[in-house]
Design a protein around this ligand. Structure first.
Ligand code: VGL
Ligand code: ZN
Length: 200
């Protein structure tokens, strides 16, 4: 570990934490379980504490599908049914310590459209602009789908992006997909960090 970097990235005004889809269906035991997806929760709780301690805003996206969503196999999609709005599987992980002030962004809420990015079909960009956010600290599930697409859009929209490398996990339907997604995000300009940089 590069200890010279320890503590050099204290979150400051203009920063926000963006947590992607840490929902029961993406955790072990869920209908679209991400291997070791539960491991992101305690790490994200540390990022959450760092941001709440500085009174900085927290955004949490959630996959929030109707019952017969186009991404489900029965509708010709590639996924088992998951994150159906209002079900237990769509709830945030119980152990994730989201403050009541967290802004929840629901996505892919209509039957005909899928959205892997938290910016797609939502007002997330508008809300971040109104809150004068310029740097986004992004972690959650899954590295190779919703994290990748959210990071890609964030960079395209001009945000500085820190990818929380210790708080992401991949579905990895094909081996190596998670690693390739991480390489792609770095190539596009996302900066990989771990919790030590934040100093908590
Ligand atoms: C996701 C597959 C299907 C994700 C959402 O949150 O990464 N993956 N829907
Ligand atoms: Zn989905």
């Amino acid at each position: 570990m590069n200890t010279s970097n320890r503590n050099d990235l204290q979150p400051k005004p203009g920063d926000a934490l963006l947590i992607v889809d840490v929902q029961n269906d993406f955790l072990p035991g869920g209908s679209l379980a991400v291997p070791r997806g539960d491991e992101v929760v305690p790490v994200l709780n540390r990022y959450l504490r760092a941001f709440t301690a500085q009174n900085l805003p927290i955004y949490a996206t959630r996959d929030w599908h109707p019952e017969r969503h186009c991404s489900f196999r029965a509708q010709g999609g590639i996924w088992p049914p998951h994150c159906v709005a209002g079900t237990r599987g769509a709830e945030f992980a119980a152990a994730l310590q989201l403050p009541s002030s967290a802004v929840i962004i629901s996505k892919a809420t209509t039957a005909e459209l899928d959205a892997y990015s938290g910016f797609q079909g939502t007002n997330l960009d508008q809300q971040l602009r109104e809150a004068k956010i310029r740097r986004l600290f992004i972690g959650g599930l899954a590295t190779d789908y919703c994290v990748l697409n959210t990071v890609r859009d964030a960079l395209r929209l001009g945000y500085e992006v820190f990818l929380l490398a210790d708080a992401i996990r991949a579905v990895d339907v094909l081996p190596g997909k998670g690693q390739r997604a991480e390489q792609e995000m770095a190539r596009l300009g996302a900066q990989r960090i771990t919790i030590e940089r934040i100093g908590v």
